[in-house]
Design a protein around this ligand. Structure first.
Ligand code: AQP
Length: 333
């Protein structure tokens, strides 16, 4: 069914209840590729354990993340939806690529520095080598395009460097992937600190709007969003909070930032925040309804996981065989 199509790969960690940052920066854009590309979308649970997880929660969120992919419109007949730990080749290639990645390169990764600061009591080796596992996720499927939020750009560039290095030593082995970063919603900011990225693991619930938040919570969080002391709905210096709300409103309504500035000319912050909250809640309502329906059918979710794992394992095996041969590992039949 997928013959000769170029490959798209992306993943989301089941490390918390997903935010509108994950939705607008990543998942919502995945749909656009389903017809033209062979798409693989993964629940990256191996990445999630770089930060300590409660096992029962991790298990539950793995189902939820898969269900959210589908609730956001990804049809498992047209996309390979799967769970990272069901394809052992991710960890195997991750280890191999560790041996082609420099300590200095990993030390420069800003996510490692941020997450080490946040998890000072658990700066484990996996947190450090996270980007090589991510490179393995991508390179395993000979991926051409990786739709991600801008926070993943540095990791993606490292994946390209690793692929080029490996190809340079052993000859053409991996496709060197390109990123697809959405124009307006590449970085949705925290509602409490609009110079900081909105993150699903943020401890301040008012900073984060989750895809599954009830309508009244969504509207309340937007009402409380930190803005500036001015009164104009426009972009500009010191207007990070308002710009963030404008990007969110733009993404949920399809209006451009110029149109939004005209629409809210002379309107106060309170009314604007209400409009953003309502637009967000309206857009998420059908996603939430479909999510609830899917979560009632665990057996179906497990069938999707199994079919996705079969396809991903099949594709991964081809790359792994090539990699093992090139580096001098003996393969037995
Ligand atoms: N705030 C954001 N704006 C735009 N895109 C975002 N993404 C994450 N946050 C934003 C994109 O969502 C995809 C999945 O992210 P992830 O789960 O792999 O990990 P992350 O980037 O570390 O996301 P979080 O929400 O910040 O998770 P935690 O708190 O667990 O670290 C990626 O494409 C990412 O760019």
């Amino acid at each position: 069914m997928f013959k000769d199509k170029k490959v798209v790969f992306s993943g989301v960690q089941p490390s918390g209840s997903l935010t509108i940052g994950n939705y607008l920066g990543a998942i919502k854009n995945f749909n656009a590729f389903s017809e033209e590309y062979q798409c693989l979308y993964c629940v990256v649970n191996e990445h999630a354990i770089t930060v300590r997880q409660n096992p029962a929660d991790l298990r539950k969120r793995t189902y939820e993340t898969l269900a959210l992919y589908m609730a956001c419109g990804l049809d498992p007949e047209k996309n390979t939806l799967f769970v990272q730990s069901h394809v052992a080749a991710h960890a195997e290639l991750g280890w191999i690529l560790d041996c082609y990645t420099m300590f200095g390169e990993l030390s420069r990764m800003t996510q490692f520095k941020d997450k080490s600061a946040k998890n000072a009591d658990n700066i484990n080796a996996g947190l450090f080598t996270y980007p090589t596992l991510m490179a393995a996720d991508i390179l395993l499927y000979q991926t051409e395009l990786v739709p991600v939020g801008v926070d993943q750009k540095q990791h993606l560039e490292l994946a390209r460097d690793i692929a080029e290095r490996f190809n340079g030593i052993y000859g053409e082995t991996f496709v060197v992937p390109e990123g697809y970063i959405p124009p307006v919603t590449a970085k949705i900011m925290s509602l409490a600190e609009p110079t900081k990225k909105m993150s699903k693991s943020d401890e301040n619930e008012n900073a984060v709007v989750r895809i599954l938040d009830p309508r009244d919570a969504i509207i309340r969080k937007f009402k409380r969003a930190v803005t500036d002391s001015g009164n104009e709905i426009r972009r500009g210096e010191g207007k990070d909070g308002i710009e963030n709300l404008m990007s969110i409103y733009s993404a949920f309504t399809g209006k451009t930032l110029d149109e939004i500035e005209s629409e809210f000319d002379g309107v106060g912050y309170g009314d604007f925040k209400l409009a953003v909250g309502e637009a967000c809640a309206d857009a998420l309502a059908p996603v939430q309804a479909e999510f609830d329906r899917l979560m009632k059918d665990k057996a179906y979710l497990e069938t999707v996981m199994k079919n996705g794992a079969d396809m991903a394992n099949y594709m991964a095996a081809r790359t792994m065989s090539k990699v093992r041969r090139k580096i001098g590992f003996v393969e037995i039949k």
